[in-house]
Ligand binder design. Structure first.
Ligand code: ADP
Ligand code: MG
Length: 323
């Protein structure tokens, strides 16, 4: 198969057809029609085999995740995703892998009605770079800056599942166990909170997506906003399978430091807290208030009984020798 045939076969028709794509794949560049009164939001994320995903991960999951992590960035900005590009470096043209990868990518692209409008393909160590573009009304983007003292700190979904899933994947835990399957799914098939992000426009004062552990990512939001916060670690949303395999004592730490959750963390003025339950049920996603923004810089962690928590940021292990 030539390079052109490869592109046509696996990437020629990915995602929804859109009127705003005047020229997609096949020219030297894509021609795209922005909307009047809206700003473009652009994000890019690279996945390196063996670093960002296990090299033996199912190809469909890799395709899905490559787009999902980018959609998650757009969600954090409150944007409506529209178009994306894919730069793919492959060690070889493995057709079974390409078939799976392209199917995973296409499924999520159609679900979010985005279109693959171009890309590049090269030979080398496995590397997947996706770039996504979306819209927000001018001035309407969510930013990391904007959190104010008194705002509630809220997080979507549950945290720490993907990090636990990675540990289970590495030790080849039994996938027939429904809890293991759930945690592996959370690792391989993160759900970008795209509609939540858009619903937070005009509501949240700041937002960030949680890709590298809540403590770090919320820390970025607080720093950008020039504020601090107290977070109650006993309120962190943990899933049942997460609790089962991680244990309560360990799992809230994983929630704070584990990666790959792709949930949204945002700040909400107190006056809007009453909207939280309605929003959660309308969008079908858990929204948990975990803390409060304060004027003093820094992230302070404590238990419900107010005992302070110190995170040792190294030496954490999912499973001890005793396992
Ligand atoms: P050029 O020779 O100008 O570098 P290419 O032959 O690399 O162009 O690409 C031809 C067309 O195929 C372009 O529209 C490009 O955007 C598209 N394309 C190349 N690789 C991919 C890919 N992995 N996914 C989607 N489109 C791709
Ligand atoms: Mg060209």
């Amino acid at each position: 198969m030539t390079e052109r045939e490869l592109i046509r076969t696996y990437f020629g028709d990915i995602g929804s057809r859109r009127d705003d794509v005047l020229a997609g794949i096949g020219d030297d560049g894509a021609v795209l029609q922005p909307r009047a009164g809206e700003s473009l939001v652009m994000a890019t994320d690279t996945l390196v085999g063996g670093v960002h995903f296990p090299v033996d991960a199912p190809a469909a999951a890799v395709g899905e995740k490559a787009l999902a992590v980018n959609l998650s960035d757009l969600a954090a900005m409150g944007a409506e995703p529209a178009w994306f590009q894919l730069a793919l470096t492959l060690p070889e043209a493995d057709h079974a892998w390409l078939q799976g990868f392209s199917a995973g990518l296409a499924g999520l692209a159609r679900y979010h009605q985005v279109r693959l409008v171009g890309g590049d393909i090269a030979r080398g160590p496995l590397n997947i770079c996706v770039q996504v573009v979306g819209f927000v009304p001018v001035g309407g983007a969510l930013r990391r800056r904007g959190a104010r003292p008194g705002d509630a700190v809220v997080v979507s979904g549950s945290l720490g599942d993907a990090a636990l899933g990675l540990a289970l994947w590495q030790r080849r835990a039994d996938r027939d166990d429904a809890n293991v399957a759930y945690l592996l799914d959370r690792l391989h098939r993160p759900v970008p909170r795209v509609s939540l992000g858009q619903a937070l426009r005009g509501r949240a004062t700041a937002a960030v997506d949680v890709s590298d552990g809540l403590a770090g990512d919320l820390g970025h939001l607080l720093e950008a906003s020039g504020v601090g916060a107290t977070v109650d670690v006993d309120r962190l949303p943990l899933s049942e399978p997460g609790l089962r395999f991680g244990g309560r004592q360990q799992q809230w730490r994983t929630a704070l430091t584990g990666g790959d959750d792709y949930e949204l963390c945002f700040t909400l003025p107190r006056s809007r807290l009453h909207e939280l339950d309605g929003l959660a049920s309308r969008l079908g996603v858990a929204l948990t208030r975990i803390g409060t923004v304060q004027p003093r810089a820094g992230l302070r962690l404590r238990h419900a009984d107010r005992t302070p928590v110190v995170l040792e940021d190294s030496g954490y292990q999912h499973f001890s020798e005793a396992d």
